[in-house]
Design a protein around this ligand. Structure first.
Ligand code: ASP
Ligand code: MG
Length: 395
């Protein structure tokens, strides 16, 4: 009988020291001893990618893109060899492979490449020889064989793409938190871990600022129906499983996005403003049209770039934050949420909805307080949700 294939990905903190690598090895060995074929994807040791970037910037403020990829990919190469050595030392056969050796082929977009194809033969050959395969995350090669990297945080994408190509039974993302929470626990201390979350809700959470998973990773797993599990290297609990198309929770969580700016113009300049953003590669989070003005929400650090070419048309730019409530019932709760926040002296500057989220634009100093208020009302006590549901039944 064919053994199940598990892909396990370990982030920078997990491989951050030799001591931690022994914890990593324990998880790998457990999966192997449980009768699985195990493919491991590793990040660079924590801080290493930033250290390498710092060196590059000492040489040149805009380093050559190709050479930067050669440099940054070295971080993951260090981890993969040390993890393989650790397993070998513990008596387990393991082999490390660079992105190129694993035949991960990307496009030519240095520093932000996209995986085009993976020929899994090299990996499956090793699995058949009963080896544990350790693959460097965040990297591939373009058609010329030049090393490319996938953009910051890209090891998650490597793992899930490999899992898809190998038709793995599960892709496990090990990190320093033990799962997906209803909100960032650093902001809302009472946030709860979700045992299971559906793909559409997870995608919306990731898109609106939940940092636990890289957005392309969630999208890829969803598209390819690869069950994803987020779990902690430093813990033994089962983490959070992301699978399926529909959720069971009326409200599943709150996502926070700071560091945004609302840039406003006169109505007749809106089309030019959005076109300009597109030309400059600036992501537009939201387009807003009010009676007196129109505007876009963009990352705050993109403002300077936009200012260079568009400053004469810009009326105002101010820092804002977004608090997004995700769940099937979220859009219906628009008026109620605004009233609840208003009762706590928090003004909502703008509201927009999708089929399963409610996005509130707030001033940055209010976002933590607002998150705690909404979490308390809709997730801890579920009071408002219950009332709404009753209305829906009786109505
Ligand atoms: N080492 C890379 C980074 O720090 C990739 C990753 O960790 O996923 O962004
Ligand atoms: Mg990461």
């Amino acid at each position: 009988m064919k053994k199940p294939i598990i892909v396990q990905k370990f982030g920078g903190t997990s491989v951050g020291s030799i001591e931690n690598m022994h914890l990593v090895a324990k998880h790998i060995i457990k999966a192997k001893d449980d009768g699985n074929q195990v493919v491991v994807v590793v990040s660079a040791m924590s801080g290493e990618t930033n250290r390498l970037l710092g060196l590059a910037h000492q040489v040149d403020s805009v380093p050559t893109a190709r050479e930067l990829d050669v440099l940054l990919s070295a971080g993951e190469q260090v981890s993969m060899a040390l993890v393989a050595m650790t397993l070998n030392k513990l008596g387990y056969a393991a082999r490390s492979l660079t992105g190129g050796q694993a035949n991960i082929v990307t496009d030519n977009q240095h520093n932000d490449a996209t995986i085009k194809a993976i020929d899994t033969q090299a990996i499956t050959d090793l699995l058949e020889q009963d080896q544990i395969v350790i693959v460097a995350g965040f990297q591939g090669v373009n058609e010329n064989g030049d090393i490319t990297t996938l953009g910051r945080g890209g090891s998650d994408t490597s793992a899930v793409t490999l899992a898809g190509a190998l038709k793995a039974d599960e892709c496990q993302i090990f990190t320093d938190v033990d799962g997906v929470y209803t909100c960032d626990p650093r902001v809302v201390p009472g946030a709860k871990k979700l045992d299971v979350i559906d793909f559409p809700s997870m995608e919306e959470m990731a898109r609106k600022g939940a940092k636990v998973l890289h957005l392309p990773c969630v999208r890829f797993a969803w598209k390819n129906q690869v069950p994803l599990r987020v779990l902690s290297t430093f813990d033994v609990n089962a983490g959070s499983l992301i699978k399926g198309e529909t959720g069971t929770q009326p409200i599943c969580g709150l996502a926070l996005q700071r560091d945004l700016a609302l840039v406003t113009v006169d109505h007749d300049s809106l089309a030019a403003l959005t076109a300009q953003c597109q030309m400059l590669g600036i992501e537009v989070w939201n387009v807003i049209e009010k009676a007196e003005w129109a505007g876009v929400v963009i990352k705050h650090d993109a403002c300077a770039k936009l200012d260079l070419v568009f400053s004469n048309k810009i009326r105002n730019s101010e820092q804002v934050s977004l608090l997004t409530k995700v769940g099937l019932q979220a859009p219906e709760l628009k008026e109620q949420c605004c009233a609840l926040l208003a009762a706590n002296n928090i003004g909502v500057e703008h509201v927009s909805t999708t089929s399963q989220s409610l996005m509130l634009m707030l001033s940055p100093q209010n976002i933590d307080k607002a998150a705690n208020i909404l979490h308390e009302a809709y997730i801890d006590s579920q009071l408002f949700v219950a009332v709404e549901a009753k209305h829906a039944c009786s109505g």
